[in-house]
Design a protein around this ligand. Structure first.
Ligand code: SAH
Length: 334
C-alpha cells in the first residue's frame, strides 16, 4: 500500500481509527488468513552488561534479580514448545556476550533444531557480524532486534555509549543480518520521554524500507528503578493501547505479509483488552512465555509484566478463546 508521511501522520492523530483497524484486518485476512502463530518465548537470562536508561535489567539496577538458565533447562523449554505445537522458540536475554558466547549459542541452536525441529529466533541484542554469522550457520532462522527509535539524539540519550552520528548501530546490524539470510524483526517503543510524533512516522517508514519480516513494537512502560523512569520530559507520543494498535495497523498496511505480535507490553498496559485489541488491529502473532516458573519474575524489563504462561492449560485455553472471539485460530508455523 502506498502510504506516505501525511497518511501516517493523519492516522496517528485521527479522532477515530476504526476504519484503519478494519483495513488492517482485511489485509491480514488476505495475506495470513485466520491463523495466529504462537512463539514460545524463553527468557534466557536477566544478566546484562548494558545500561539502557529505560530497562529494568540495566546493569546498574542493583535491585534487579539476576538469573541465567542452564542449557538443559533451555532444551526442556524448547521441547515443551514442540509438544505444545508452537513451531518456533524465541531465545531472548539481557546483553552479556561472556555468558552467551558465540560457541555456546551456536551449540544451543544446533541442539534445539536437531532435537525439536523447530525454528529458532534469537533476540540477544547487539552482537558482532561474526557472532550472527556463526549462529546463522548453526541454523538460526530469525533475529529480533528492535531499533527502539530512529531519532538519533534520543537513541544516543537512552543508550549510553551509542554514537550520535554515522550509522544507527541497530539499523546497521539489522541490514547485516538480512544479508546473512536471517528473517529480521525490528520495531520501537512508543511514548518514550522526548519522543516526537514525526519520529514515529519515520520509525514506521524505516520498518518498510528495511522490509522487515517481523514487527515488534509496544508501549514504553516506565520503570521506577531506571533513570528514564525518573525523567519528567514529556512525550508527543501517548502511552496508550489505542496508539500502539494504530502502529500495528499501519505496520500491517505498510508490510502486508509481516508477522506482527500483539505484545506483552500492550497486554501489561491494558490487561483486560490489550491482547484482543492488538489482534483487532491486524496483529497475527502471540508469544506465550515458556521461561521456567522459578525464574520468570527475574525478567523485569518493566514493572508488573504480565505473563501468559504457556505450559498452563488454562492460560492457553483463554488465549484460544480470545482468538476465536475475533474470528482467529491458532495456526502451526513450520
Ligand atoms: N537485550 C535484548 C532484549 C531486550 S528486552 C535487546 O536489547 O534486544 C526486549 C525489548 O523490550 C527491548 O528491545 C525493548 O524494546 C523492550 N523494553 C525494554 N524496557 C522496556 C520498558 N521499560 N518498556 C517497554 N518496553 C521495554
Amino acid at each position: 500500500m502506498n502510504l506516505g508521511r501525511n497518511d501516517l501522520r493523519r492516522w496517528l492523530t485521527a479522532p477515530d481509527a476504526s476504519a484503519l483497524f478494519a483495513e488492517a484486518r482485511a489485509v491480514r485476512a488476505r495475506t495470513k488468513g485466520d491463523g495466529v502463530f504462537l512463539r514460545g518465548l524463553i527468557e534466557l537470562s536477566s544478566v546484562c552488561d548494558r545500561d539502557c536508561l529505560y530497562c529494568g535489567m540495566r546493569h546498574s539496577n542493583q535491585s534487579a534479580r539476576r538469573y541465567a538458565l542452564r542449557d538443559d533447562e533451555i532444551l526442556a523449554c524448547a521441547r515443551l514448545a514442540r509438544d505444545l505445537r508452537f513451531g518456533t522458540v524465541v531465545l531472548q536475554a539481557g546483553e552479556c556476550p561472556s555468558l552467551w558466547t558465540r560457541d555456546r549459542v551456536a551449540a544451543l541452536v544446533r541442539r534445539i533444531k536437531g532435537e525439536t525441529g523447530q525454528r529458532v529466533t534469537l533476540s540477544l541484542g547487539e552482537r558482532s557480524e561474526a557472532d550472527t554469522a556463526a549462529w546463522r550457520e548453526a541454523g538460526a532462522d530469525r533475529y529480533l532486534l528492535r531499533f527502539e527509535t530512529t531519532d538519533r539524539a534520543l537513541f544516543a540519550h537512552i543508550h549510553p555509549g551509542a554514537p550520535l552520528t554515522g550509522a544507527h548501530p541497530r539499523l546497521d546490524q539489522l541490514r547485516r543480518m538480512k544479508a546473512q539470510g536471517y528473517e529480521i524483526g525490528a520495531g520501537m517503543m512508543l511514548g518514550l520521554p522526548g519522543q516526537t510524533l514525526e519520529s514515529v512516522v519515520e520509525d514506521l517508514l524505516t520498518l518498510r524500507d528495511l522490509a522487515v519480516d517481523m514487527v515488534g513494537l509496544g508501549p514504553y512502560l516506565s520503570h521506577p528503578q531506571t533513570p528514564l523512569g525518573q525523567e519528567s520530559t514529556p512525550s508527543e507520543v501517548p502511552v496508550s493501547a489505542d496508539f500502539t494498535c494504530r502502529c500495528y495497523a499501519l505496520a500491517r498496511l505498510l508490510l502486508p505479509a509481516a508477522n506482527i505480535p500483539s505484545t506483552t507490553a500492550l497486554s501489561t498496559l491494558d490487561p483486560a483488552h490489550g491482547r484482543h485489541m492488538g489482534f483487532e488491529a491486524g496483529a497475527n502473532v502471540f508469544m506465550p512465555n515458556l521461561t521456567p516458573a522459578a525464574y520468570r519474575d527475574g525478567y523485569q524489563i518493566y514493572p508488573d509484566k504480565i505473563c501468559v504462561v504457556a505450559p498452563e492449560a488454562d492460560a492457553r485455553s483463554a488465549l484460544y478463546a480470545d482468538l476465536a472471539a475475533v474470528g482467529l485460530r491458532h495456526a502451526y508455523d513450520h
